[in-house]
Design a protein around this ligand. Structure first.
Ligand code: ATP
Length: 234
């Protein structure tokens, strides 16, 4: 089976995330996608975020109607799974660890696909054990206008990055299609990026603006009932 892993802060999950996941299912014939809510996202540790339980609840609501979409507790804090609160609850969740835990459930023929937006992908070389991630699975990247194929290749961890003379001709080529290198495979999804961000949604919620353009109706109801983001400043 082809299995996707889509990690995010999901504060809240929005239509941009769902569009990426739907396009990934079509493009790479994914059987299902695990939506992994990060407890402590390594790159956003210092930013305030809603409680894990709220973010996970919204992921569960937004994915409920789609059989292929599975809300995942792979990065849930210990106490949510019946354990005692441990020091590990505030440790960042590294994707490589999550990937390896998910793959423990895989059959030999299963293939892993890691979903990500290009804004996050351009920083991938800084991720914990970045090179190892490319050994564990293929990437599906939601592209955006303005990014070239060379930008994608140049974002790779140093040891996987093609030489400048190889990527130079790709500088004017839009980030689209498949980039298949000896030790990294990247499938680029074009024209699916929507101008939506969780940051803008939190501001809209604070300003009491309608949210259903940006999030599933069930998520908009949840935000209202739980009074989330009332004091969001950005
Ligand atoms: P924030 O505004 O709080 O930074 P966000 O909207 O970027 O949040 P995240 O949960 O941090 O949401 O993103 C999870 C993943 O989804 C990342 O890989 C990100 O690049 C991707 N992503 C975010 N917004 C979009 C979008 N509109 N279209 C496609 N992918 C997106």
């Amino acid at each position: 089976m082809n299995i996707g892993l889509f990690g995010g802060t999901f504060d809240p999950i929005h239509r941009g995330h769902l569009a990426l996941a739907q396009a990934a299912v079509q493009r790479c014939k994914l059987h299902h996608i695990h939506f992994v809510t990060a407890n402590v996202p390594p790159h956003k540790q210092s930013q305030p975020r809603s409680a894990f339980a709220h973010r996970f609840a919204m992921v569960a609501l937004a994915t409920a109607q789609e059989k292929a979409f599975l809300p995942s507790l792979l990065e849930a804090p210990g106490e949510m799974l019946g354990g005692s609160p441990k020091a590990t609850s505030s440790r960042p969740n590294y994707t490589i660890d999550t990937v390896r835990r998910l793959k423990e459930t895989f059959k030999a023929s299963d293939r892993l696909f890691i979903l990500i937006g290009i804004d996050a992908f351009v920083d991938i070389a800084k991720w914990h054990q970045a090179e190892a991630l490319f050994r564990e699975g293929e990437f599906i990247v939601a592209s955006r206008p303005g990014y070239s194929l060379a930008d994608v290749a140049n974002s790779l961890p140093e040891k996987l990055r093609p030489k400048p003379e190889v990527t130079r001709p790709f500088q004017k080529q839009a980030a689209a299609g498949d980039l298949v290198l000896s030790r990294a495979t990247i499938h680029l999804l074009e024209n699916i990026h929507q101008p939506i961000s969780a940051t803008a949604i939190r501001s809209a919620a604070a300003a009491k603006k309608p949210l259903t353009r940006f999030v599933d109706g069930s998520v908009a109801d949840y935000i209202r009932k739980q009074c989330l983001y009332q004091n969001a400043t950005e």
